[in-house]
Design a binder for this molecule. Structure first.
Ligand SMILES: [Zn+2]
Length: 279
């Protein structure tokens, strides 16, 4: 058979197609978990998904100074721009955000709500949660009070600009390595989702310390928070999977008590569990 025969040309065409397909796949391969979070290898997505629609919304926060409002990014300078892109929509209660996920950008939830001084020790940004999370939080505070336990929101919503300041301050006071054990880089915080509540109580003077976990308030939350759709994101001894040190005060709203119950019964970290929930 000579090189010019139809059969040979067809074989060459197939080879060429396979080569192009392989090259294209390499271009679209999604990144993998950061080394400090080896919980599970995330396979690159092989089928076209709703990835485009999940891109962070680029919205300007109301009332921001001009210098900040014109900024389209609030990422920390060393932030890796090529990270895993979760599939859950950015406003899903099950959206994953972690050290190895793509930045939430300048996303601001559209349904943030002020909890008010009866439920939060601070006003403004930190006194806010998304509407359903806020409603559930109020019920939780009331239920705790009925059991003789006082809990309050210490820090709720945090914009990516605020998160950048928080992270930078941690870096300045404790160095980068320690800072990233306790604080998320801007664009990767559950607080930016409006679904994370740092909760405190009088036993620790509303300060967010690991000893909070052993107080009456911390214990009450461990037993009851799931009834209100709140779960612990960063439990003790799971830093290798979650990427963060133990934070007994940081509770994440995931939608409702049924999901929270299922999560608690799974025995998994929230990071691993959310990955299985379509992220
Ligand atoms: Zn927190």
């Amino acid at each position: 058979m000579t090189p010019g025969t139809p059969r040979r040309r067809a074989a060459l065409a197939v080879l060429l197609f396979v080569a192009v397909a392989l090259a294209s796949f390499g271009c679209f391969a999604v990144n993998f978990p950061a080394p400090e979070m080896p919980g599970r290898v995330i396979e690159p997505r092989r089928t076209p998904g709703p990835k485009q629609s999940l891109r962070p919304q680029r919205r300007t926060p109301p009332g921001r100074p001009t210098a900040t409002s014109t900024s389209t990014s609030c990422e920390y300078p060393d932030q890796n721009p090529k990270l895993y892109v979760p599939w859950q929509p950015i406003d899903s209660y099950l959206r994953l955000t972690a050290k190895n996920t793509e930045s939430l950008g300048t996303y601001i939830p559209s349904d943030l709500e002020d909890l008010g001084s009866s439920y939060s020790i601070r006003s403004g940004e930190p006194g806010m949660l998304r509407r359903e999370a806020a409603a559930s939080f109020r019920k939780m505070v009331a239920a705790a009070a009925a059991d003789g336990v006082t809990i309050r929101l210490v820090s709720g919503y945090r914009s990516c600009w605020t998160q950048r300041v928080v992270f930078q301050n941690h870096v300045l006071t404790m160095g980068l390595e320690q800072a990233q054990r306790f604080s998320a880089r801007p664009g990767q915080s559950e607080h930016q989702l409006g679904l994370a509540a740092d909760i405190g109580g009088p036993s620790t003077g509303y300060s967010l310390t690991q000893s909070f976990g052993d107080t009456a308030e911390g214990t009450w939350l461990r037993h009851n928070a799931w009834n209100f759709g709140f779960v612990l994101s960063y439990p003790n001894g799971k830093e290798k999977t979650t990427g963060y040190a133990y934070e007994p005060w940081h509770w994440r709203f995931i939608g409702d008590w049924k999901l929270a119950k299922a999560f608690n019964e799974s025995g998994k970290t929230l990071y691993a569990w959310l990955l299985e929930k379509g992220n």
